[in-house]
Design a protein around this ligand. Structure first.
Ligand SMILES: Cc1cc2nc3c(=O)[nH]c(=O)nc-3n(C[C@H](O)[C@H](O)[C@H](O)COP(=O)(O)OP(=O)(O)OC[C@H]3O[C@@H](n4cnc5c(N)ncnc54)[C@H](O)[C@@H]3O)c2cc1C
Length: 343
């Protein structure tokens, strides 16, 4: 059997490795449009925050792919701040290019073939028995088939010598535009931070302009080193399979609707995909993805729809809605890591 994977990002490489883990006789070819795996522009299209749970320990990044460890999260909506203490060695800001590159090296060792520097435009020309679309957002395959994709936008700056630098602390600030800002430490040596904005309801809003306003309001200064924007898929992106094609990472499971967290979903969906691909059970893949991510997805999408509704009545109600969600979460722990303690 031959499997063609479109995209050598996290979900594509996780799928490739998982296929080989389950059946080393399968021929796996990863097609990547960039010249290099990892050290390319797409590998930095991210806030780079990554965390694991006990079931995803295998996705712990190697030491040289960690920009800085995270021990604490502060989530603010309006005047309220919720503080999460994190168990050490379970959350990080990644050096994402290095992380992707480390998976690429592992894949090479497993005999996975790479076709680099070639952008797939016509997926029907791929000869594989199964095609895995891991091309990110927007999905190359869904775009050409005219299939639905549901996404918002994100934009971020990496700032050196940043006045907002706080060691080992990840901050997310919810906003009445419906989205959120993030302030993540990146490198302690030069007080480098990733500061970004994502998923606003106000579609007329210009993210770079909003981010500058936010920095001004919070007196954040420093030297901008790197800026990048991208699409953020909100939750599961149906369909999860189409004929002999499955959708992993951003093309299929998307990101957690409440905060755009997509790295662990990309890795986990690739891991799950490998298990089913070797048995040619693509329906099984779709079912397990729904079992794994469906519940959080429903809660997240309902919250986003509700926020979008109240935004048009009064944007301040969006903050009240985020607050309700966070305080309910604090009580009921429907979205709380097993490694978090909330204050
Ligand atoms: C601004 C921003 C900030 C984010 N911050 C976070 C965060 O802090 N934490 C978090 O967990 N998630 C974050 N996310 C989400 C996260 O980055 C994604 O969910 C995750 O990268 C998805 O991985 P993927 O492998 O599915 O797709 P991608 O990382 O997009 O990889 C797709 C790969 O396919 C290749 N490719 C694309 N088209 C083709 C083609 N036609 N032919 C060949 N190759 C192709 C690309 O070059 C790339 O290597 C953020 C996203 C954005 C946009």
């Amino acid at each position: 059997m031959q499997v063609d994977i479109i995209g050598g990002g996290l979900s594509g490489l996780a799928t490739a490795l998982s296929i080989k883990e389950h059946d080393s006789s399968v021929d796996v070819i990863v097609h990547e449009k960039h010249k290099r795996i990892g050290y390319n522009r797409d590998a930095r299209k991210c806030g780079e925050a990554h965390s694991i749970e006990s079931f995803s320990l295998k996705w712990k990044p190697p030491k040289d792919a960690i920009a800085t460890p995270i021990y604490q999260g502060k989530i603010t909506s309006g005047k309220k701040t919720y503080v999460f203490e994190r168990k050490p060695d379970t959350a990080w800001i990644l050096d994402r290019p290095a992380f992707i590159s480390s998976l690429g090296k592992k894949a090479e060792k497993q005999g996975i073939e790479f076709v680099l520097n070639y952008k797939i435009t016509d997926f029907t020309s791929l000869p594989g028995d199964i095609i895995v679309d891991a091309s990110g957002c927007p999905s190359v395959v869904k775009k050409s088939l005219g299939l639905n994709q549901n996404f918002g936008y994100g934009f971020q700056q990496t700032i050196k010598n940043c006045s907002a630098y706080e060691d080992n602390t990840l901050k997310i600030i919810f906003d009445q535009n419906g989205g959120y800002y993030w302030i993540f430490p990146r490198h302690p040596e030069n007080r480098e931070m990733n500061i970004g904005i994502g998923l606003t309801i106000n579609n007329n809003a210009k993210l770079p302009v909003l981010l500058e306003q936010f920095k001004k309001e919070h007196h954040i200064t420093g030297t901008i080193d790197y800026t990048i924007g991208g699409l953020i898929p909100e939750g599961l992106q149906y369909p999860l399979r189409h004929k002999n094609i499955i959708f992993v990472g951003d093309t299929g499971v998307g990101t957690l609707p409440m905060n755009g967290q997509g790295i662990y979903r990309a890795l986990l969906s690739g891991d799950i995909a490998g298990k089913y691909v070797v048995h040619r059970d693509l329906k099984g893949y779709a079912h397990e993805i729904i079992r794994e991510f469906g519940r959080m997805d429903v809660i997240g999408k309902l919250l986003l729809r509700w926020n979008s509704f109240v935004y048009h009545i009064n944007p301040n109600l969006v903050l009240a809605s985020w607050n309700k969600y966070h305080s309910l979460n604090q009580k009921l722990s429907f979205f709380k890591s097993e490694y978090d303690t909330i204050h």
